[in-house]
Each structure stands twice: as structure tokens, then as C-alpha cells.
Design a protein around this ligand. Structure first.
Ligand code: ADP
Ligand code: MG
Length: 319
């Protein structure tokens, strides 16, 4: 038996209670997609850091602009989950060697994403070592309006943005030298995920809870269920699957949508009344209802009346 701790156990055991408790300006500490700090009477700072390690979060030899896209999208996705507007970020870059072509391409990718999402680089740190990129993103929102993982209510709908499983399907295609059209679509979803910032802003004030799907639908749904003290019931027939995923993966599409990570879509709960408002306000929306919030605990998956056996819970580090 391994005495190695899971990612979430180790955070809880060693990092959960560091520093003075009860500081008035800290509105949300460890445990959600971002921390929230009150910075003025009406405004809160929303912050989150994400690290990408070569060989773990992107393949060895990955094009530097693609690394920048993925790192930025992953970091921004946590701001999206809270409904924050991106403001500024810092970059900690560890490089085995400083080569101009690598740095130029990385900087170009970072710059494209920063322009697209209107977020400025304001500082960072540069060191020599194994390739590793950490981005700390900061966003702003009116105090008290952030979406958290803990507001889901029994009776709410469970819904997602976009389509699920695409980035997971791309993992087995990375080595391909001449991908076809569908494979290219899936690879693009892996290398250049969208951070759902606009959707986070649309959902803020309407959704009762929200989390971004970074580790897979089931794994992140479980976090949301635990934090909200509810049970989530997912109908696998309602999962939004892209045409590319269905064409490329056939029968495996549903299991990828349930368990694969890296799509960076938003998973949220919403009352029926607010759902009607949402779809009226945004008729061309990208949201799909995939289930329901119920009293109880945990996550269950149904296909019609049949309940699925869940074997793969999603991706966790240190397990
Ligand atoms: P996400 O996938 O949304 O980025 P994580 O699953 O990485 O969130 O982390 C869950 C929570 O634990 C977050 O609130 C995060 O800030 C916190 N966390 C993760 N690692 C550490 C750490 N080493 N020290 C303190 N807090 C941490
Ligand atoms: Mg997150």
C-alpha cells in the first residue's frame, strides 16, 4: 500500500491553515477555483495560480506558442469559473536554456492570449531548470457577486458550456504527423482551449454555483457536490459531444466526456427561473443542461433509467 497522499489530501493536511485566520479582507481562501480578496468597498480581487510542467501538462518538445496558449487558458479558466474580468498576471518561467527562437515563439503566444483576454503581464520570475511555467492571474469583480462551488441548491439544473471530451481525445493523436480534419479539430481543442471568460460574466448573477472542468467532468462535479452538500445526477445522453469527437471516437466519446480533463468548460448549477432568463438573454448561447441537483451527496450518471458504474473518477496528481 502506498503512503503517498492524494493532491487534495496533501493540500488539506499541510496547507489549509497557514497564517492568521479570520482576516477581514480575505473573502475566500483555499478551496475554490480562485481566492477572493476585498480591495475596496465595492470591488474584490480574484486570484489563482496554475503550473504547467513539461511531460506532464504538455508533451516534451511542444511548440512554445502552444505551451503559452495552454498555460494562459488553464489559468484564465479559474477566473471564468468565478465570473471575474481578467485584469493582470505574473509569470514564473523556469527554462533549461534561454534560446531566442523558443522565447520569441513563447512570448508571441502569450501576447496573443493576453490581447484576446485583455490581461497585462505585470511581473514574474525567471530561473534555470526543467521547463516549467506558472501563471498567476488576477481578475476583478463587484464584491459579493463571485460564483463559488458552494451555492448549488436541490432542484437546480446542472449545465455545462461548450462540448466535453475533445481535449482528452486529442491526447492519443499528439504523435500523428498528418491528422485528418476531425483530428485537427480535437488537437486544436487540446493546444488552444478557450477560457470561458465571457460565459463566466454571462452566468454571474444567474448561476447558483460554478466550477471549471480541468480534471474531467466527474472529478470536478464531485468537488462541486461536496462543497455545496448536494448530490448531482448526470444524464449521459445529454452530454454535449462535438461532431469531431463522435466521428473520431465513436463509442468512447461518452466516457471521454465524463472523465477526460483539459476541456476548460464551465460546469454550473442554475435555478429554472434563471435558466429561462439566461437563454432568453443569450439566444445563441453554448450551454447544455446535463442533469439535476438533488439532496444527498456524490455524483451519479444515468443513461435513461440505467445507472452507470463509475470506475474512472478523473485525473488527480499524486495518485
Ligand atoms: P483548480 O483545479 O481550480 O486550479 P486545484 O484543484 O488546483 O484548483 O486546487 C484546489 C484548491 O486548493 C484551490 O483553492 C487552490 O488554490 C488550493 N491549492 C492547491 N495547491 C495548493 C497549495 N500548494 N497551497 C495552498 N493552496 C493550494
Ligand atoms: Mg478550477
Amino acid at each position: 500500500m502506498s503512503d503517498s497522499l492524494s493532491e487534495f489530501e496533501l493540500i488539506k493536511r499541510y496547507f489549509d491553515k497557514i497564517g492568521p485566520a479570520g482576516s477581514a479582507e480575505i473573502l475566500q481562501g483555499i478551496g475554490d477555483d480562485c481566492a477572493l480578496v476585498g480591495i475596496s468597498a465595492g470591488e474584490s480581487l480574484c486570484l489563482s495560480i496554475d503550473t504547467m510542467v513539461e511531460g506532464v501538462h504538455f508533451p516534451v518538445g511542444c511548440a512554445p506558442d502552444m505551451i503559452a496558449y495552454r498555460a494562459m487558458a488553464a489559468a484564465l479558466s479559474d477566473l471564468a469559473a468565478m465570473g471575474a474580468r481578467p485584469s493582470h498576471f505574473t509569470l514564473s518561467l523556469t527554462l533549461p536554456e534561454a534560446t531566442a527562437p523558443w522565447l520569441a515563439a513563447f512570448s508571441r503566444g502569450l501576447s496573443e492570449m493576453a490581447d484576446q483576454y485583455q490581461i497585462s503581464l505585470v511581473g514574474g520570475d525567471t530561473t534555470k531548470g526543467a521547463l516549467n511555467i506558472a501563471l498567476q492571474v488576477h481578475g476583478l469583480l463587484p464584491t459579493g457577486t463571485a460564483m463559488t462551488r458552494s451555492g448549488a441548491k436541490s432542484g437546480d439544473w446542472l449545465a455545462v458550456s461548450g462540448t466535453l471530451g475533445d481535449a482528452g481525445a486529442a491526447l492519443s493523436l499528439i504523435e500523428l504527423s498528418a491528422p485528418n480534419f476531425n483530428q485537427t479539430v480535437l488537437l486544436d481543442r487540446y493546444y488552444r482551449p478557450n477560457a470561458r471568460i465571457d460565459q463566466g460574466l454571462e452566468l454571474r448573477g444567474l448561476a447558483s454555483s460554478c466550477i471549471d472542468i480541468s480534471d474531467g467532468l466527474l472529478a470536478d462535479a464531485r468537488h462541486l457536490a461536496t462543497k455545496s452538500s448536494v448530490s448531482l445526477s448526470i444524464n449521459s445522453e445529454d452530454l454535449p459531444l462535438s461532431a469531431a469527437l463522435k466521428a473520431e471516437c465513436g463509442d468512447k466519446a461518452v466516457s471521454l466526456a465524463l472523465s477526460a480533463g483539459d476541456d476548460y468548460e464551465l460546469l454550473f448549477t442554475i435555478s429554472d427561473q434563471n435558466w429561462q432568463r439566461l437563454i432568453q438573454q443569450y439566444p445563441d448561447n453554448m450551454y447544455t443542461i446535463i442533469g439535476r441537483v438533488e439532496s444527498g451527496e456524490g455524483v451519479s450518471v444515468f443513461s435513461g433509467d440505467k445507472q452507470f458504474q463509475i470506475t474512472q473518477q478523473g485525473f488527480q496528481h499524486f495518485e
